[in-house]
Design a protein around this ligand. Sequence first.
Ligand SMILES: NC(=O)c1ccc[n+]([C@@H]2O[C@H](COP(=O)([O-])OP(=O)(O)OC[C@H]3O[C@@H](n4cnc5c(N)ncnc54)[C@H](O)[C@@H]3O)[C@@H](O)[C@H]2O)c1
Length: 399
Amino acid sequence: MGLRARAVEDVVMFADVYAGRQVFVTGHTGFKGSWLTQWLLDLGADVTGYALAPPTQPNLFDAAGIGAVEAKRPRGAGRFTDLRGDVRERRSLGQALKTAAPEIIFHLAAQPLVRRSYAEPRLTYEANVMGTVNLLEEVRALAAFGRGPRAVVNVTSDKCYENLETGHAHVEGDPLGGFDPYSSSKGCSELVTAAYGQSFFSEPGTPRVATARAGNVLGGGDWGEDRILPDCARALHAGAVVDVRVPGAVRPWQHVLESLSGYLWLGANLWRDDAGAHAGAGAWNFGPGADSNVTVREVVELFIEAWGGGDWWPARGAAQQPHEAGLLLLDAGKAERALGWRATWSVADAVGAAARWYKAFYDGAEAPALLQRCRGDIAAYCEAAVRSGAAWAISEAST
Ligand SMILES: NC(=O)c1ccc[n+]([C@@H]2O[C@H](COP(=O)([O-])OP(=O)(O)OC[C@H]3O[C@@H](n4cnc5c(N)ncnc54)[C@H](O)[C@@H]3O)[C@@H](O)[C@H]2O)c1
């Protein structure tokens, strides 16, 4: 890890946009939000997080001590303000934004589970749709006083598309839809963002607003309901056989750092759009490479291999599950052409890193060690990005 950490210090990430920047992250106590917050702090951003409590027990935010004031902070690390609040409460969100005066916002707070959305559709729409409206309203109010952020990235999902399950990889202009309340709420969040973008944020000097659509992500520290890797880790740790629902379903798997590098690079490009042309505004897919569209079964087998042994079987009663899309593919060609972003890790790299993180957790590693493991994964990922020629990670040694 020491060697890796030194190597990554030579890498200019995201054109150095985040050092010293005021960044507001909703949903910072969640799985993606925790990784994003730590990465931003290590990039030197001052981060204000706004979210409800971590959604699961255990959770990455507490397990790794995200944002904790360390005795020996990395050089240049930013300051962290941890606020607890609900995006459905506009006043409280507005107050937090006013105080933080962010330059860049990442909106991740949401009810993110398909199955829960069948049980609680109203809550799902309130959090995912009205939460987006509340955020954009408050951004609009700040902008009216010349205090608006320069860039807003709204994180939606690959599930926002009308998915006909034909094997077509979705491009950004495809019709939006969503069979279940979660998917539809993310389609609605997209429509809300597009309407605000066109109606209020298209003139020079107004905030630049974009949406980011990524697929199922995996990585250390995810304990979300119905997610396959935590199920694997829990079962293997208990010496049990892993129960696998829909083993034949193909998903666009990617490590959480892949989607985050996309969000961060999108945010940096919105920020850098000095001519005020809003060139980065609109919708962006950040999907994995075609070789990462593999079945649940293959992912489980990769996890078991990286864990060091174990077994799986198809779960009984899988036929009675509520409808879940069987095939969902994303085309990230626009991000590659316009931003020079492309997926970096193979599915085996991604699953291997996650399996090692969970193994460390279940072997009893404490917060500082788990935080170092997160940093080690970020460093390894950045090195791979430099080697693959990603536009967002430039090695100073090669310039
Ligand atoms: N994890 C994935 O595979 C995946 C895939 C595509 C899109 N996404 C999207 O990424 C975002 C983050 O997902 P995640 O996997 O980290 O989920 P998560 O459940 O781990 O985290 C959700 C976060 O939102 C917060 N939150 C929920 N409701 C809130 C509310 N009403 N007010 C304030 N905060 C609230 C939670 O406290 C938590 O911080 C979500 O918008 C999700 O839809 C996730």
